[in-house]
Design a binder for this molecule. Sequence first.
Ligand code: ACO
Length: 320
Amino acid sequence: MPARIVGTGSALPALCISNQKLEEYIDTTDEWIRSRTGIEERHIAVEETTASMAVSAAKAAMENAGVKAQEIDLIIAGSVSGDMCFPSLACQIQGAVLAENAIAFDVNAACAGFLFGLSIAEAYFTSGMAKTALIIGAETLSKMMDWNDRSTCVLFGDGAGAAIVKKDEKGIMGLVQGSDGGRGDALTCQNRPVNNPFVKNPTDLDYTKMDGQAVYRFAVKTVPASITQALEKAGVDAGEVKYFLLHQANIRIIEAVAKKLGQPIEKFPTNLQKCGNISAASVPILLDYVNKSGKLQKGDRIVLAGFGAGLTWAAAVLTW
Ligand code: ACO
């Protein structure tokens, strides 16, 4: 499959809020959050916006890849929390980085958004419609939370990650995607409710709602299955994979996936302890951390996997 990641970048808000700090605002404890999720702290936007973080991450990825804005012919932004209904986040990024030769659009696949973007880029490359893509996952989830609902607001954070992907004979070796709208009720956030002069009783704006245990059951079943399918497609054995970079929802999900795949937990780097769950931004931020820490060598096999609201999921086996 003709797509290779050649550079990464990320950006987090300046404000970092520990579990202990949250205790001052919410009826929760560090012990509850840490033991059930692994999360210790998260970054929360105050001055930053989804677009400002996305642009910072995009510029960092362009610099890391050594790619100029004019070379980019495709921009795909995965997000459920853009600042604007329109223009799209991708168009905002295009305007800010001056990538005037690009086609730019958003994808809403929640926590699988970055992987869905990668898959679309690969299809554009295969069809000859593009050669150099900028793919971003960016979220300001703190504005989607009911801060009186302790079962959701403690889990999420804000931030952005980005990657430059180029048409290349080597790169993505196997990629699978799936969606199940029939189970979409497990994790929802309403958009603006209908409110016009003809509505008798307009409803209030609603926030994120989650059936945590349903999401957990979905993740521990679907993620190992989708990774196994992607490995089969790629003709790669799980033992050959250096790192499995999973969406950073919950340490217990990651541990369960490692166990099901029969792979040591050391192959599953995490940053959820420091970032919480940042939906579409989780995978590219983690990829950037691993890349910048110098742990990846050319030719390494890695797996990326995203899963979340929709329900949606995707897994990709890559050669670095
Ligand atoms: N602090 C303290 N107590 C809390 C908190 C909190 N922040 N939140 C809930 N509780 C309480 C509840 O009120 C409940 O109390 P009760 O027994 O007196 O009624 C108790 O803790 C247990 O609540 P549960 O919801 O049953 O907790 P559970 O053990 O299922 O853990 C969790 C919740 C961590 C969300 C778990 O279901 C899970 O790991 N789900 C996976 C889903 C996930 O990670 N989603 C992230 C977003 S989706 C995605 O990115 C794929």
